[in-house]
Design a protein around this ligand. Sequence first.
Ligand code: SAH
Length: 219
Amino acid sequence: MDLYTLQRKELVVSLEKLGIKDINVLNAILKVKRENFVKEEFKKYSYENIALPINSNQTISQPFTVAFMTEQLAVSPGEKILEIGTGSGYQTAILSEMGAEVYSIERIKELSEEAEMKLFSSGYRVRLKNDDGTMGWQEYSPFDKIIVTAGSPKIPKILLSQLKTGGRMVIPVGSESVQELTVVKKSIDEKTSLPVFKAKKFREFKFVPLIGKEGWQLI
Ligand code: SAH
C-alpha cells in the first residue's frame, strides 16, 4: 500500500473520531486522491486535516469541513447538485464519487480551468462553468442540493429559487472573518402553495469570501 493510501485511511479514522458518521461520505474520502488537488509543494500535507493554499490566493478546504458539509447535504446517488466555488475541485470530486450529477461554478478562470483538467484526468465527469455562482445556473435548475463553499454575507435569493421543493442548501453565512454553517430546507406550504424555507445553523467555520452580485462586493 502506498503512503498516500495509508494516510487517506488514517484521515478517515480521524474524521470518524471527530463525529462524521455518513458512511458514503467516509467512503468517498477514502477513494478521492486529495494529493491530486493539492499544489506540488504541499502534497506531503495532503492528508493532514488542514486547509491548504491553492492558486489565486484561495484555499482547498480542510477535510473535516468538506466531510461535515457533505454530511449535512445528505447526498444520494443520482441527485443533481450545484456547487458554488469549485476551487481545487476536491469537493466536486467527492460529490461525483458519491454518484451525484455535479454542476460547479468558479469565479476565477484559472482555477476553473485547472480544476477541469484535474477532475477529468481523475475520471470525474462533471460540468464546470467560470462565472459568478451567486446567480446560480438557470439552464440546469432546479437542483436537489446546492453547496456553497465560500462565506457569504447572506443567502443568495436566486439560489433558493433554483432549489427543488424538498431540496437542501448548505452555505456558510456570516461576517468576512467567521461564518456559521447554515442548512436550508425548502418545502411547500400546502395552503398557499408558496415555498417555505427552514434554516438551521451549525458550528462556525472560516471560509474565503463569496464574491459576487449576491455575495461580497469587490471594491
Ligand atoms: N470547494 C473548494 C473550496 C475552494 S475556496 C475546495 O475545497 O477546493 C472557495 C472558492 O470559491 C474559491 O476558489 C473562490 O474563488 C470561489 N468563489 C468565491 N466567490 C465565488 C462566486 N461568486 N462564484 C463562484 N465561485 C466563487
